[in-house]
Design a protein around this ligand. Structure first.
Ligand SMILES: Cc1ncc(COP(=O)(O)O)c(C=O)c1O
Length: 469
């Protein structure tokens, strides 16, 4: 979900504090929910093919974001369509409680193997929010099984997005998306600052890391370490911050602190995972292994709504040894057609060596974005990894002052880009408390250098439309 597609302006804003139990105080005057691109103002899409969208009211549009970072092998690949159709013919549905299917079995085995066996169980679902919700619930149930029912707290980070359901939204720090729902979000979810070197200045990398660890340790101490069930993080932060990778050493150090206190490390790879940053799982290049992992988006590339919760050895072993069943299930869990489509998308990625292409094109994308926009007076930072790049806009490069949220800078760039026939993903919140504008560039993994060049040219032109120099 991006700002673009958020629900219309929620009226009236809470009078005083953002939400019950929030420590964030009053709502900044310049934070308002997005107003543009409400569903009524959107064009009707007649077709999407390859790396282009075809709306009914204008020329085709180059896809530089895969919708919401989803369409990882482009649109309309025949072989995926055929695989899904064949599965529909063979068996279009069964309840996960009644039968296993070969489609789900094959996909689960492949996923487990893709982690080198670090992950040992798979729950196949349909959206990122569901996978995160399941991770929260499984953490809770794990500690009931293992005799620590007092572990009810979760720690996550302030600029983060983990989903739209009440559990996953509770874990999320994304200010604007939480805003109307504060009273419904339980007080067992606690926030520490994100890892954002652009805005958290520090005299040295060592001091930076020590500060982030101290924030986590102090939260553990405040709650009582034995009350914490899990710490949930996006290894590379997506919509809430705009593609911010962790600093070197951050994730391993966080992981060891989490484990020192006996809690579970939950990595939310819904957006940054499944190849987006150049390895199949983002953690594989970040020297860390999660206890629970969520995936979605690039998993089935949008051909079917697919997500999964992957369960690491600590929890899987407890389940096996004590013969425990997770008290959780959706009607469409383990859907065979979803599995068939996801498997075929992953086979395409393997056969065409697309993770290598993500790494190669990522280098080009980074270089071109920095060449074309790196010196723009209203571009504060360009960061990312693989084919996952964010451009943050500021009023003043020196002070890093963000724009007033009501100026809707990210939306204006999005609109200008649309006018230049390229689609990007626009969001707000990267400067904290709902302030700060950024766009995200997330092309398909099979993008060519020529297309990357075209995307950057159009995006740079759109930025200059909004901020002439
Ligand atoms: C990191 C992350 N987690 C969870 C979600 C929620 O996924 P969904 O929108 O499929 O429910 C998102 C969506 O953007 C996400 O980026």
């Amino acid at each position: 979900m991006g700002q673009l597609f958020s629900s219309p302006r929620p009226a009236p804003l809470p009078p005083k504090s953002e939400e019950a139990g929030s420590s964030s105080g009053t709502l900044p005057q310049d934070v308002s929910p997005p107003t543009a691109a409400t569903p009524d103002s959107l064009s009707i899409l007649t077709k999407a093919k390859g790396h282009y969208w075809y709306p009914n009211d204008g020329p085709r549009i180059l896809d530089a974001c895969g919708g919401a970072g989803v369409a990882c092998i482009g649109h309309g690949r025949d072989e995926v369509v055929k695989a899904a159709a064949a599965q529909m013919k063979a068996c279009s549905y069964t309840s996960y409680a009644h039968f296993k299917t070969t489609a789900v079995q094959e996909l689960s085995d492949w996923l487990i193997e893709s982690t080198g066996g670090a992950m040992q169980k798979v729950y196949l679902m349909n959206s990122g929010s569901e996978a995160v919700e399941a991770a929260i619930k499984l953490s809770r149930e794990y500690f009931i099984w293992t005799g620590e029912p007092q572990r009810v707290n979760f720690i996550s980070r302030s600029e983060s997005y983990h989903g739209t359901t009440l559990g996953s939204l509770s874990a999320s720090g994304h200010h604007t998306r939480r805003l109307p729902f504060g009273p419904l979000l339980p007080s067992t979810f606690h926030k520490i600052p994100a890892c954002n070197p652009y805005r958290q200045e520090s005299p040295s990398p060592e001091a930076f890391l020590a500060a982030r660890l101290a924030e986590l340790e102090s939260m553990f101490q405040r709650l009582g370490p034995h009350t914490v069930a899990g710490v949930i993080l996006e290894p590379i932060v997506g919509a809430a911050l705009g593609c911010v990778p962790p600093t070197p050493g951050y994730l391993p150090a966080i992981a060891s602190l989490v484990r020192h206190h006996g809690a579970l490390l939950i990595l939310d790879e819904v957006m940054c995972g499944m190849g987006r940053t150049g390895t199949l799982h983002a953690w594989q290049s970040l020297s860390v292994v999660p206890d629970l992992q969520t995936i979605a988006k690039g998993f089935a590339g949008g051909y079917q709504p697919a997500s999964a919760l992957l369960v690491g050895s600590r929890v899987a072993t407890a389940m096996r040894e004590d013969d425990k069943t997770f008290t959780h299930g959706h009607t469409y869990q383990n859907h065979p057609v979803v599995a068939a489509a996801a498997m075929r998308v992953q086979r395409v990625i393997e056969r065409e060596g697309l993770l290598g292409n993500v790494r190669r094109q990522g280098v080009i994308l980074k270089k071109l974005l920095r060449e074309r926009l790196g010196k723009h007076p209203n571009v504060g930072d360009i960061r990312g990894k693989g084919l996952f790049w964010g451009v943050e806009f500021v009023r003043d490069r020196k002070t890093k002052e963000p724009f007033d949220a009501r100026e809707e800078v990210a939306m204006r760039v999005w609109r200008a880009a649309r006018g230049r026939r390229v689609l990007v993903y626009a969001s707000q919140g990267c400067a904290g408390e709902g302030r700060g504008d950024h766009i995200m560039v997330m092309p398909a993994y099979d993008v060519s250098s020529r297309e990357v060049g075209k995307m950057v040219e159009r995006i740079a032109a759109a930025v200059e439309d909004v901020f002439p120099i």
